[in-house]
Each structure stands twice: as structure tokens, then as C-alpha cells.
Design a protein. Structure first.
Length: 310
């Protein structure tokens, strides 16, 4: 296989050498014929040239003719691709620098702001001039039309970006202001709720103190008639103190439970439950007072009978 491949290469090289030699000979013949026909007419020269080309084509091998034809087709293809690229580039440039596009952008921007596009353009230009100064000349008065369109496109793009940033900044500030207002409103609601809770707590404490004072006064009124001697009075005072302590604890628990359950009618429920407890305690104290009084009377009667017997 390697010998066959080498033979093929050698044969192809020999064919190429023979082809080049044949081309050189034909060119020499053609040059000789042209020098001999210096005095002939143009028609004779054209006929001889055509005949020479036909003869040359007949004398050349088919492989050489196919190579020439393929090379010619390749060159034509390259030229066509280059021309197409140039056409595409020109079309793209025309679309890029189309003035209608800037007009559409200005119209759309004007519709968003409910303003005339021309007035909007003048206003934007005046604002830009105030911030960055008057625009400088970017091209010569005798410059090309493409440069003018390009500069117009860049100016419009800068104007659009400037207005876009302005709009974003304004929307951002409005959003921050709205969030700040919501936060302040929320803080106000929380403070109001805290104040209401504090008022409820104070009212509850005041009610507790009032109930304790009222019950203490009632117990004192009930216990006052039966305070005969010192020992009985001391014992009754101790019981009164114990009853006040128990009453304070029970009143505190009952008041807390009643305030948690009710909101609008809490005070009425608390007073009702406190009144019930107060009547119950008063009844108990009254019974104890009567029992103590009876026992005191029994003891006194027994002592008197003992004295009489003695």
C-alpha cells in the first residue's frame, strides 16, 4: 500500500509538470502568433485568439480544465459573499441610524408622561444644557450625512437615559416616603394600643383598691358592736386582718380573670363578682360575730351563776 501511494504521488507530480510545460509552450506559441499578426485587423486577431483558445482547450487535459473551472467558480463565490456582507453592513447601519426610531421613542416617552413629544424634547434639552452646559460641536458643518445621523442617535440615547434615570429616582423617593408613612402609622397604632392597655391596668388597680377599702369599712362596721372586752376585740381584729388578706388575694385573682374575659363590660362583671364575694364574706363574718357574741354571753352567764352559787 505505501508503494502504491508513492506511485500515485509521483504520477500526479509528473502530470502537473507536463501540464505546466504544455501551458508554457502554448503561451509561447500564442505570443509568437500575436507578434506575427501585428499588422492584421482586429477581426483577424479576435478570430485567431478564439481559435488559439479552442486549440488550447483541446490540447489541455480534462483535469487541468476542471481545475481552472473550479478555481473560477471559487473566486466568483468569494466575490458574491463579499458583496453580500457589504450589503448587510450597509442595511444594518441604515437601520441603526434611522431617525424614525428616535421619533418613536420620544412619542412613547411623551405618552407615558402625558406631554407633547416636542415640548418634552425641548424640556429635556434645556435641563441637559443647565446641568452639563451647552453641547459642543461634534462634527464639521460640511461633514458626512452618516456622521450627523450617528450624532443624532447618540444625543437621543443620552436624553432617553437621562430621563429614565430621573424617573427611577423619583419613583424610588416616592416608595421610600410611602414606606416611612406606613411605618409611622404602625408605630402610632402600637403606641395607642399600649396606652389603652395601661389605662385598663390602672382602672383595674383602682377598682381593686376601692373594693378592698369598701370591704374593710364594712367589716369594721359589723365587728364594732361586738367588741366588748380586750381579748375578744384582739381576736376579732386578727380575724379581720386574715379576712382582709384572703379577700385581697381572691379579689386580685377574680379581677384579673374577669378583665381578661371581657373587654367592654369587664368592669360590670368584676363589680358583680366582687359584690357577691363581699356579701358572702360579710355573712361569714356576721355569723362568726354572732357565734362569738353567743359564746361570750354564755360564758358571762355561767360566771354569774357561779358567783351566785358561791
Amino acid at each position: 500500500m505505501p508503494n502504491m501511494e508513492g506511485t500515485r504521488r509521483l504520477t500526479s507530480r509528473m502530470d502537473e509538470h507536463d501540464t505546466e510545460q504544455a501551458i508554457d509552450e502554448e503561451l509561447e506559441k500564442l505570443s509568437v502568433n500575436l507578434s506575427d499578426m501585428g499588422s492584421d485587423s482586429d477581426a483577424d486577431i479576435e478570430e485567431d485568439f478564439t481559435a488559439s483558445n479552442v486549440k488550447l482547450e483541446n490540447d489541455l487535459p480534462d483535469s487541468v480544465l476542471a481545475y481552472f473551472k473550479a478555481s473560477s467558480n471559487r473566486m466568483n463565490t468569494f466575490e458574491q459573499l463579499i458583496l453580500e456582507d457589504l450589503d448587510d453592513l450597509e442595511t444594518m447601519c441604515n437601520e441603526m441610524f434611522r431617525p424614525n426610531q428616535h421619533t418613536d421613542l420620544l412619542n412613547e416617552l411623551g405618552s407615558n408622561f402625558d406631554e407633547d413629544p416636542l415640548k418634552l424634547k425641548e424640556r429635556i434639552m434645556s435641563e441637559i444644557e443647565e446641568q452639563v452646559g451647552p453641547p459642543c460641536e461634534t462634527h464639521d458643518s460640511n461633514g458626512d450625512g452618516d456622521d450627523t445621523e450617528y450624532d443624532t442617535h447618540k444625543d437621543s440615547e443620552r436624553q432617553f437615559m437621562f430621563e429614565w434615570r430621573r424617573l427611577e429616582e423619583r419613583l424610588r423617593k416616592e416608595e421610600e416616603q410611602r414606606l416611612a408613612e406606613l411605618k409611622a402609622e404602625r408605630e402610632q397604632c402600637l403606641n395607642s394600643a399600649r396606652e389603652e392597655e395601661e389605662k385598663k391596668r390602672r382602672r383595674s388597680e383602682q377598682l381593686k383598691e376601692e373594693v378592698m377599702r369598701t370591704e374593710a369599712m364594712n367589716q369594721f362596721e359589723y365587728l364594732k358592736p361586738v367588741a366588748g372586752d380586750g381579748e375578744m376585740s384582739q381576736r376579732l381584729q386578727l380575724e379581720m386582718v386574715e379576712q382582709q388578706t384572703t379577700l385581697a388575694d381572691s379579689s386580685s385573682e377574680g379581677a384579673d380573670q374577669t378583665i381578661r374575659r371581657t373587654d367592654s363590660g369587664g368592669e360590670a362583671s368584676f363589680r358583680g363578682s366582687t359584690a357577691g364575694r363581699r356579701e358572702e364574706i360579710q355573712g361569714t363574718v356576721h355569723c362568726r360575730s354572732h357565734e362569738d357574741t353567743g359564746s361570750f354571753q354564755r360564758d358571762s352567764g355561767a360566771s354569774l351563776e357561779q358567783k351566785r352559787a358561791d
